[in-house]
Design a protein around this ligand. Structure first.
Ligand SMILES: CC(C)(COP(=O)(O)OP(=O)(O)OC[C@H]1O[C@@H](n2cnc3c(N)ncnc32)[C@H](O)[C@@H]1OP(=O)(O)O)[C@@H](O)C(=O)NCCC(=O)NCCS
Length: 431
């Protein structure tokens, strides 16, 4: 946890993102790198930060390109930025952009940097598809062959199953459980009903539709000209359903446990393409550049639990620690942004916040408390807006600091659950 000297706090100056598009739709031909460049370019233009002052750029992504695995460096090498901006990429599943942000904040707090861009991007339309082990071995053997005969021999051993490509699964490598199955398990363990999940999904869509209609959400978005014709601009997220109803949600069939399940396409986050980035600066440097910070990072924490247990419950362990490090309690918090991987996970996390059992597990004598639902995800969440894994943490950060400023609140809490049983929480203070 960074220890900030007066005037040298880590400021969140601004955040920008691309529209979030359901994968396979409008942004499907753009790579995560291209999406990241669009968000970062707009961030630099909007803030007018001097590119020469940027010390570092760090970006999160979950499924990096095999050809360009350091997405941060590829983004930093765009013409707008000087070649001397150091850049590295991070992966902490759905909290990857949060990792990028806290990495950058730590560098600023240590005095190693004073201006940083941090964010994340994901194109789930462009996931790397792998050859099978057998086919890979044959390709390697063929590349080493010295004659046509040896080359033919390398492929002769192949069986039909070797030609089946391997696509990344959204499943835990250690348990084999998919995210959806984990959400089902959490719903059952925490007694979360289908009705509660659908109600949360409905609220997510309503809030996001409202934020889009009144411009609060679209203000965070840079319009993207849609390839390949570039004739239309995408200006808003395309997964938000302003017309969805409780009845429509109730009519959807469970996806991950077809017989007894409660998780549907309506109360799960969709697979999404998009990117988001925030500008972080040391407080005094921001002011010297004439930039007004939106908020300061007050404290953060990561936590982890056994993925075989309740995969997406670790925010319950991270939140009390982040609050403690911020010197605050939930009563001080004006707004809460919670990543919605699944409505079942949000509701499980909220129950965990109220549970003495989870408080004890986190090393605290009292629970975090009950979140006032009117302060939760007030502009929607990942269920409606979408969830490009690597980008979500930067979207949540941007929305939280903007809405906190808009409402004149003082403190905001964000939480993100992530694969591997990981959890993140951060407290920000309005500038
Ligand atoms: C749940 C999941 C499998 C659904 O994928 P999908 O079937 O492609 O989803 P769709 O958007 O096509 O929706 C399926 C149907 O539900 C309907 N639907 C979805 N959301 C709806 C809503 N809010 N209101 C009404 N109908 C809705 C769609 O219209 C579609 O209907 P159709 O079949 O008649 O066209 C996919 O989104 C998924 O895997 N999500 C989880 C991602 C994940 O694990 N993330 C990790 C979190 S950390």
């Amino acid at each position: 946890m960074p220890i900030y000297e007066p005037g040298r706090r880590v400021a969140i100056v601004a955040g920008v993102r691309t529209p979030f598009a359901k994968s396979g739709t409008a942004l499907r031909t753009l790579s995560a790198i291209e999406l990241g460049k669009i968000a970062v370019t707009e961030l630099v233009h909007r803030t007018d930060v001097d590119p020469a002052s940027i010390d570092l750029l760090t970006f999160g992504t979950v499924l990096p390109s095999v050809l360009a695995p350091n997405i941060a460096r590829e983004i930093a090498l765009m013409p707008l930025l000087p070649k001397g901006v150091q850049a590295w990429s991070v992966s902490r599943a759905c909290a990857s952009a949060n990792q990028a942000i806290t990495d950058a904040a730590d560098q600023i707090a240590l005095g190693h940097a004073s201006v940083a861009i941090a964010g994340g991007a994901e194109s789930l339309s462009n996931v790397p598809i792998l050859h099978s082990r057998g086919f890979s071995d044959a390709l390697v053997a063929a590349s080493k062959a010295r004659s046509l005969g040896q080359r033919v021999q390398a492929f002769a051993k192949l069986r039909p199953k070797d030609f089946i490509p391997i696509t990344p699964a959204i499943a835990e490598p250690t348990t084999g459980e998919t995210m959806g199955q984990s959400a089902e398990k959490m719903a059952k363990l925490n007694g979360i009903t289908r009705e509660e999940q659908d109600a949360l999904a409905l609220a997510s869509h309503r809030n996001a539709a409202q934020g889009t209609a009144d411009g609060r959400l679209t203000a965070e978005i840079v319009p993207v000209m849609v390839p390949p014709r570039f004739e239309t601009a995408m200006t808003a997220d395309n997964g938000i359903r302003s017309d969805t109803t409780a009845e429509a949600l109730a009519g959807l069939k469970p996806v991950f446990d077809r017989r007894y399940g409660t998780v549907t396409a309506g109360n799960a986050s969709p697979l999404t393409d998009g990117a988001a980035a925030v500008l972080l600066m040391r407080e005094d440097v921001a002011k010297a550049h004439g930039l007004q910070p939106r908020a300061y990072i007050r404290g953060y924490a990561y936590a982890a639990l056994d993925p075989g247990e309740q995969l997406l419950q670790a925010p319950v362990l991270a939140a009390p620690l982040a609050l403690k490090r911020a010197g605050l309690t939930l009563k001080d918090i004006d707004l809460v942004e919670m990543h919605e991987a699944f409505a079942a996970q949000v509701l499980s996390n909220l129950r965990g916040f109220e549970s003495p059992h989870w408080a004890e597990r986190a090393g605290f004598s009292a629970p975090v408390g009950a979140v006032d639902r009117s302060r939760l995800n007030v502009m929607g969440g990942s269920v409606s807006i979408g969830h490009p894994f690597g980008a979500t943490g930067a979207r949540i950060t941007t929305t939280l600091v903007n809405e906190l400023a808009r409402r004149g609140g003082q403190f905001g809490l964000m939480t993100v659950c992530a694969a591997g049983g990981l959890g993140f929480a951060m407290v920000v203070e309005r500038a």
